[in-house]
Design a protein around this ligand. Structure first.
Ligand code: ADP
Length: 636
C-alpha cells in the first residue's frame, strides 16, 4: 500500500499498526480543533455513511441477491452504553474488508486535500461543517467527541470481520474480529466532557435536526416509564419522509431547506426550490435546488454533476449525470422515477430513453425558474449570475437547441451602464438606435481598460452602446451565439459602425496623401499585418485591431496563458488621420522622408496603441528612453 507507512515492526497479518497518511494527520488536527463549535455534526456524518453503505448494499443486491444473506431488514441503529460511555452507530450495509478499511479510514481519497486544508483554515466557523461534507472526511469528525474510535466491520459476502481502532493521533491498528452478519459498527469512546451525547433526548434532537429524511429507519432502544415500571422499546427516530413524494402544499420552507442541506452540503439556504411533479410518460418527481453560491466542488473543477436518481425511493445513482447537462451542474437535488426499471445496470440505465425525456423536462423547469428569478428579483438574480453565470454560459456553445433560452438569461456589463450592473440582450436590443442593427461587444481583462479602448471611440461618438465582456470564458462561448433575435453579434474591434457616404468619400480623398507615410510605417515596424488609416478613432492617435481572419486577441492571450494556441496573430495598426500628431508626422515626412526621428515616432505610436489596450510595449526600456528624450527636448 504505497500511501501508508508501516509504523513499526508489527508484522503479524492479524494485527498491525499503521500510520495515517500525513495530510490526513493535518486534516484530523484541523477538524478536531477548528470545528469544535459544531461538533454535533459527527452524528450526521456517521448516519449518512451508514445510510450510504445500506444504499450500496441494496443496489449491489439487485444484481446478486446472495449478498443479502437473507437479511433485507435495512436498519441503522444507535446504541448507548452508559457504563462504558460509548456511543455506537451500526448498520447492515455493505461493510468493509481489511483492505477497504485501511483504504477508506486511513487516507483521503479525494483530490484537493491541500485546498481543503487551506479553505478550512480561512473559512468562517459557520461554513466549516459544510466543507467537511464536501471533501469526504466526515468520518474523522468523530474524533471531536471521542478520544478513541473503534470500527468493527464485515463486508457483504465475506466471512471475516475486521477491527480498526485509533485515538486519532496519527496511528491506527487493524486486527481480525468477529461480527454477526454484514455491516459496520462505529463505536465512539466519548471524551469525559462529551457525555451528553449519551442522553437519548440529545440524540433524538440531533437526528430530527440533521437526519430526519434518511430513508432507512434509525432505531434506538429507549426507556419508557409507565406507572414507575420501566420498559425498553425500539423507537424509530427519523420520520423517513421522502420529501419529494409529498405534495407541495404540505411542505414547509424549513423542511425544503433542511433537505437541501442534506443533498448539497451547503450551509446556506438555497436560492430557489423547484419541485416538479410530472404525470405522463414518464411520471416522475423531482426536487431541485438552485444554490446561492458556487460550492467548493464547483470551484475546484471536480464537481459531480447531476441530481441523485431514485427509483421508487431506492437510491440508484448519486450523482446521475444523465439527468442534467453539464452546464447546469450547480443544480442539486433528487429525481425519483418509478417508471424506470430497477433491475438494470447503471450503464444500461444511462441509455434509457426515459432519462432523456426527464432531462428535457428538468432543463425546461430550471430555465423557467431562472427566467422568473431574473424578471421578478433582478438584484438577487444578478448575484446568482455573478457566482454561477460562468457555468450557465457554457451552454451557449454546448447546447445548440437551448441557445436562445440561455442567451435570454445572460447579463453583461456595458459601456453605457454603471460598473457592476448588467444588461440583458433583450434590453440592449430594445434600446438600439434606429440606424444600429448589430449587437457590438468587446472582450478584455477588465471594465476600466475596456471602457477606454480606442476601438470604442467611434461607438462613443455615435452614442452606441457596447457590451463589455470581462468574464474570461466569454471569448470562448460568445461565438456560440452568432445572433440574437435577428441581430448579429459583432466584435467592436473588428467592425466599425457604418460610416455615412459623405464622410467615406472625404476620408478616401485624404487617404492618398497618407499612403507613403503608411508604407514607411510598414517598413519600420515589424510583426504587423498591415498599417492603415482608421475610421474608428476620434481622440487617440493610433490603435491596434485584429486582422479579419485572426482569432480574437483577448482569446489568443487566454489560450497562450493555458499553453495553447498558435501565439499572437499579426495585428493591424490603425492611424487617426484627424489627429494632430499624425498630421504633423505627415508634414515632417513630406519635408524629409529620411528624418531619423520618424522611425522613433512610429515605434512610439505602436507602443501607445499597445498600452491603450492594456498590453505592454515590447521593449519598455526603449519606450521610456523615447519619452524621456522628448521631455528633454521639450524642456531644453
Ligand atoms: P465520505 O463518506 O464522504 O466518502 P468519510 O470520511 O465519511 O467520507 O468516509 C470515508 C469512506 O469510508 C466512505 O467513502 C466509505 O467508503 C467508508 N465508510 C465510512 N463509513 C462506512 C460504513 N458505515 N460502512 C461502509 N463504509 C463506510
Amino acid at each position: 500500500m504505497p500511501l501508508l507507512n508501516k509504523a513499526d515492526a508489527m508484522t503479524s497479518p492479524a494485527a498491525e499498526t499503521l500510520n495515517f497518511k500525513s495530510e490526513l494527520k493535518q486534516v484530523l488536527h484541523l477538524i478536531t480543533h477548528s470545528l469544535y463549535s459544531h461538533k454535533e455534526i459527527f452524528l450526521r456524518e456517521l448516519l449518512s455513511n451508514a445510510s450510504d453503505a445500506i444504499d450500496r448494499a441494496r443496489f449491489n443486491s439487485l444484481e446478486n441477491e446472495a449478498l443479502l444473506e437473507g437479511d433485507r431488514d435495512w436498519t441503522i441503529r444507535i446504541q448507548v452504553d452508559l457504563e462504558a460511555a460509548t456511543l455506537t452507530v451500526s448498520d447492515n450495509g455493505l461493510g468493509m474488508d481489511r483492505e477497504g478499511i485501511i483504504e477508506h479510514l486511513g487516507t483521503i481519497a479525494k483530490s484537493g486535500t491541500r485546498a481543503f486544508l487551506e479553505r478550512l483554515k480561512a473559512a468562517d466557523t459557520a461554513v466549516r461543517p459544510e466543507l467537511i461534507g464536501q471533501f469526504g472526511v466526515g468520518f474523522y469528525s468523530a474524533f471531536m467527541v471521542a478520544d478513541k474510535v473503534t470500527v468493527v466491520s464485515r463486508a457483504a459476502g465475506s466471512a471475516d470481520a475486521v477491527r480498526w481502532e485509533s485515538d486519532g493521533q496519527g496511528e491506527f491498528t487493524v486486527a481480525s474480529a468477529e461480527r454477526t452478519g454484514r455491516g459496520t459498527d462505529v463505536i465512539l469512546h466519548l471524551k469525559a466532557d462529551e457525555h451528553d451525547f449519551l442522553e437519548s433526548w440529545r440524540l433524538k434532537g440531533l437526528v430530527k435536526q440533521f437526519s430526519d429524511f434518511i430513508e432507512h429507519p434509525i432505531l434506538m432502544t429507549v426507556e419508557k416509564k409507565k406507572e414507575d415500571v420501566s420498559t425498553f422499546e425500539d423507537e424509530t427516530l427519523n420520520s423517513r419522509k421522502a420529501l419529494w413524494l409529498r405534495s407541495k402544499t404540505e411542505i414547509t420552507e424549513e423542511e425544503y431547506h433542511t433537505f437541501y442541506r442534506q443533498v448539497s452540503n451547503d450551509f446556506e439556504a438555497p436560492l430557489k426550490v423547484i419541485h416538479v411533479q410530472a404525470e405522463g410518460t414518464p411520471s416522475f418527481r423531482a426536487l431541485l435546488y438552485l444554490p446561492k453560491r458556487r460550492s467548493m466542488d464547483l470551484q475546484f473543477g471536480d464537481a459531480k454533476a447531476g441530481p441523485r436518481l431514485y427509483i421508487n425511493r431506492v437510491l440508484i445513482q448519486d450523482p446521475c449525470e444523465a439527468l442534467l447537462p453539464a452546464w447546469l451542474r450547480f443544480v442539486k437535488g433528487v429525481v425519483d422515477c418509478p417508471d424506470l426499471p430497477l433491475n438494470v445496470s447503471r450503464e444500461m440505465l444511462q441509455q434509457n430513453p426515459l432519462l432523456e425525456k426527464i432531462q428535457k423536462n428538468l432543463v425546461k423547469q430550471v430555465l423557467k425558474a431562472l427566467e422568473e428569478l431574473k424578471t421578478e428579483q433582478r438584484e438577487t438574480y444578478a448575484e446568482f449570475f455573478k457566482e454561477l453565470g460562468q457555468i450557465l454560459k457554457e451552454g451557449l456553445s454546448r447546447d445548440w437547441e437551448r441557445r436562445e433560452a440561455i442567451a435570454d438569461l445572460l447579463l453583461f456589463e456595458h459601456l453605457k451602464g454603471e460598473p457592476g450592473k448588467g444588461i440583458t440582450l433583450a434590453e440592449y436590443v430594445a434600446a438600439l438606435p434606429e440606424e444600429q442593427k448589430d449587437i457590438f461587444h468587446l472582450a478584455g481583462e477588465n471594465r476600466a481598460t475596456l471602457a477606454h479602448a480606442p476601438s470604442l471611440e467611434a461607438f462613443k461618438a455615435k452614442g452606441w452602446d457596447v457590451l463589455l465582456l470581462t468574464d474570461p470564458i466569454d471569448p470562448f462561448v460568445i461565438p456560440g451565439l452568432p445572433e440574437y433575435k435577428g441581430h448579429p453579434l459583432k466584435a467592436a474591434d473588428r467592425h466599425v459602425p457604418e460610416i455615412p457616404e459623405a464622410e467615406k468619400q472625404k476620408a478616401e480623398a485624404a487617404a492618398g496623401a497618407f499612403q507613403p507615410l503608411l508604407e514607411f510605417f510598414k517598413t519600420k515596424l515589424t510583426g504587423l499585418q498591415n498599417v492603415r488609416l482608421s475610421s474608428r478613432l476620434k481622440e487617440s492617435a493610433a490603435c491596434l485591431v485584429a486582422a479579419e481572419d485572426a482569432l480574437d486577441p483577448h482569446m489568443e492571450q487566454l489560450l497562450a496563458r493555458l499553453g495553447q494556441g498558435r501565439g499572437p496573430s499579426p495585428r493591424v495598426l490603425e492611424l487617426n488621420p484627424e489627429h494632430p500628431t499624425i498630421q504633423a508626422l505627415l508634414v515632417r515626412y513630406q519635408a524629409d522622408p529620411k528624418d531619423a526621428r520618424l522611425e522613433g515616432y512610429a515605434q512610439l505610436l505602436h507602443d501607445q496603441a499597445l498600452i491603450a489596450e492594456g498590453s505592454r510595449p515590447e521593449d519598455p526600456t526603449a519606450f521610456l528612453a523615447r519619452i524621456n528624450e522628448l521631455a528633454r527636448k521639450d524642456l531644453a
